[in-house]
Design a protein around this ligand. Structure first.
Ligand code: CP
Length: 304
């Protein structure tokens, strides 16, 4: 049995199999219509979500299965041990998708579960998003090996998963990250990526995007802190440091890179209003691909 907590247990070829499955299921939905008939997915969220929740729920419906949404605060996970609650859950469903605040709690879930556990985004990784990103880049370029991606923003969970997956499938990834979000730190992941020679980091945004195929940005503040008054000072500090790295016309001058963003977007912060709708933006196409990413992951973990 396999979990999807990050990409550590997967080879580049295995990641590519999921990506190719996502593209196939996108073009041939009928072929997979009953693939997960009778299967149930429990989706438990400690944090807000639009895309992760919707894409996995629709994916289960379209694959012939069923999804159960669980708001963490309305369950007995709030009162009891995560280990015990997961032991029960995994005896009544075929798969668990969990968006938790802490990766350490997700690791407990994975240990307790007798069915696959999918990481729906924690403070360290966001693997389901990155499968959608790889699908999007492959659709645009035809192949992933040799593609040049620049990630501009705070070094966070999405950045980790991009570095991990890109260096495994042969994408050259450059990160422009003036701030490192410490809770996301995974030095082993970065060391492994460094050894491939495919990851580099710089603060020279203009130079980095010059010959990039794709430029990718993300929120500067993690979702759980965005509206938190206690975080206001740190939020202001981040805005001051990050604003020169906004994805805007000036910073992309001379670059023909396509623009990506995993959403939700904070207009006028990590990306200017006009670049969201620019002809180079493939943001909504990328977000649509969350559905095919979800289907491919479920088929990989649950399919016959
Ligand atoms: N990108 C992403 O994970 O979106 P949600 O937070 O809306 O699920």
């Amino acid at each position: 049995m396999m979990h999807l907590i990050n990409f550590k247990g997967l080879s580049g070829q295995q990641i590519m199999e999921i990506v190719d499955m996502g593209i196939d299921v996108k073009h041939n939905p009928e072929k997979y219509r009953d693939s997960l008939r009778g299967k149930s997915l429990a989706m438990i969220f400690q944090k807000t979500s639009t895309r992760t929740r919707v894409s996995f729920e629709v994916a289960m419906t379209q694959l012939g299965g069923h999804a159960i949404y669980l708001d963490w605060r309305a369950t007995n996970f709030t009162l009891a041990d995560i280990y015990d609650e997961t032991k029960y859950l995994s005896r009544n469903v075929d798969c668990i998708l969990a968006r938790l605040l802490r990766n350490s709690d997700l690791q407990v879930m994975a240990r307790a579960s007798r069915v696959p556990v999918i990481n729906g985004c924690d403070e360290k990784y966001h693997p389901t998003q990155v499968i959608a990103d790889l699908i999007t880049m492959k659709e645009r370029k035809g192949a992933l090996r040799g593609v040049k991606l620049v990630y501009v923003g705070v070094h966070n969970n999405v950045c980790n998963s991009l570095i991990e997956a890109c260096t495994k499938v042969g994408i050259q990834i450059t990160t422009v990250t003036p701030i490192f979000n410490e809770p996301s730190r995974d030095d082993d992941l970065l060391e492994e990526a460094r050894r491939t020679g495919l990851w580099r980091t710089t603060l020279d945004l203009r130079e980095a995007v010059k010959d990039a195929d794709f430029v990718y940005t993300d929120t500067w503040v993690d979702m759980e802190f965005f509206l938190d008054p206690k975080y206001a000072e740190e939020r202001e500090r981040r805005m001051r440091i990050m604003m020169p790295y906004q994805i805007n016309r000036e910073n992309l001058a001379g670059s023909s890179a396509l623009i990506m963003h995993d959403m939700p977007i904070h207009r006028g912060y990590e990306i200017s209003e006009e670049m969201i709708e620019d002809p180079r933006s493939i943001i909504y196409e990328q977000s649509e691909n969350r559905l095919y990413s979800a289907k491919a992951i479920l088929l990989k973990l649950l399919g016959e």
